[in-house]
Design a protein around this ligand. Structure first.
Ligand code: NAG
Ligand code: NAG
Ligand code: NAG
Length: 257
């Protein structure tokens, strides 16, 4: 691919700017191969973030994907995000639950649960995402997979955007937090993944989507410094730190339909 690194010049949390970016590296995923992945769309139909279906009524995503419940539509069973394929299911959010520790200046605890107004139907195109147990980690170098529809539409043009996926190895917190990289800005609620040579990364529009290791959602695409930069891996919310919060939130809102 052409070098898109320079063009993708800001943190993943910038989701309002003109969408331009492809996922850096990687390739197109097979149709409906990642069935728990959902697209968060604005009411005008513009994809702006990814998410994972963790319960028929609940989507896991990043807190910085919060544009307001009224502005959002959740689409499951999507493949080409800008065209109707007949496999999609649509739901409006009923409530958004942002983690109480979320801090938008540090990106700490960048995690949000969305309860849907109506449950998604599980079928050949839609499934639930398996989560890691509370407190479990992934070793440095372990290869995980990040997927999403990271933007490639051209200023309002309706180019069909196909789901893309890349593999990335886990980078130790020590290295990611070192003065050679994010220099103290990595909290215990974050994990990093990327190649020391750069080139493959999540990017804008992938925010909120899953980083999958051993078939479980260990990360939620959160932020970075550019995309595909060798010095700066992608930073993900460490889902295993929030497993208890996820279960508790779903349980507490069981009857709140
Ligand atoms: C976010 O973190 C910064 C830096 O640690 C801190 O100064 C600020 O008070 C925090 N904001 C909230 C809302 O917790
Ligand atoms: C770390 O955070 C500080 C304060 O938010 C910021 O000025 C600095 O550029 C960040 N450094 C890196 C490498 O991200
Ligand atoms: C990252 O470095 C900062 C500054 O040294 C430190 O306060 C923080 O605890 C470190 N993060 C982790 C997860 O160890």
């Amino acid at each position: 691919m052409v070098n898109l690194v320079e063009k993708c010049i800001y943190v993943l949390s910038v989701i309002y700017t003109v969408p331009r970016e492809y996922k850096i590296g990687g390739h197109t995923a097979a149709p409906n191969s990642i069935r728990y992945l959902v697209s968060l769309k604005s009411t005008s139909g513009q994809h702006f973030c990814g998410g994972s279906l963790v319960h028929r009524y609940w989507v896991l995503t990043a807190a910085h994907c919060n544009i307001g419940a009224e502005q959002m539509m959740i689409v499951a069973g999507d493949y080409k995000v800008n065209i109707f394929e007949g496999t999609e299911q649509y739901a409006k959010p009923r409530i958004l639950v942002i983690h109480p520790l979320y801090n938008r200046s540090t990106n700490n605890a960048d995690i949000m649960l969305i309860k849907l107004r109506a449950p998604m139907v599980l079928n050949k195109y839609v499934s639930l995402a398996p989560l890691p147990r509370q407190g479990t980690g992934v070793a440095e170098g372990h290869v995980c997979r990040v997927s999403g529809w990271g933007y490639n539409s051209l200023e309002g043009g309706q180019v069909p955007v196909t789901l893309r996926t890349v593999t990335v190895p886990i980078v130790s917190t020590a290295r990611c937090n070192s003065s050679d990289s994010f220099n103290g800005n990595i909290t215990a609620n974050m994990i990093c993944a990327g190649y020391s040579t750069g080139g493959k990364d999540a990017c804008k529009g992938d925010s909120g989507g899953p980083l999958v290791c051993d078939r479980r959602i260990y990360g939620v695409v959160s932020w970075g410094n550019g995309c595909g930069d060798a010095k700066f891996p992608g930073v993900y919310t460490a889902v295993s730190r929030f497993r208890r919060w996820i279960d508790q939130t779903i349980y507490e809102n069981m009857t709140n339909t």
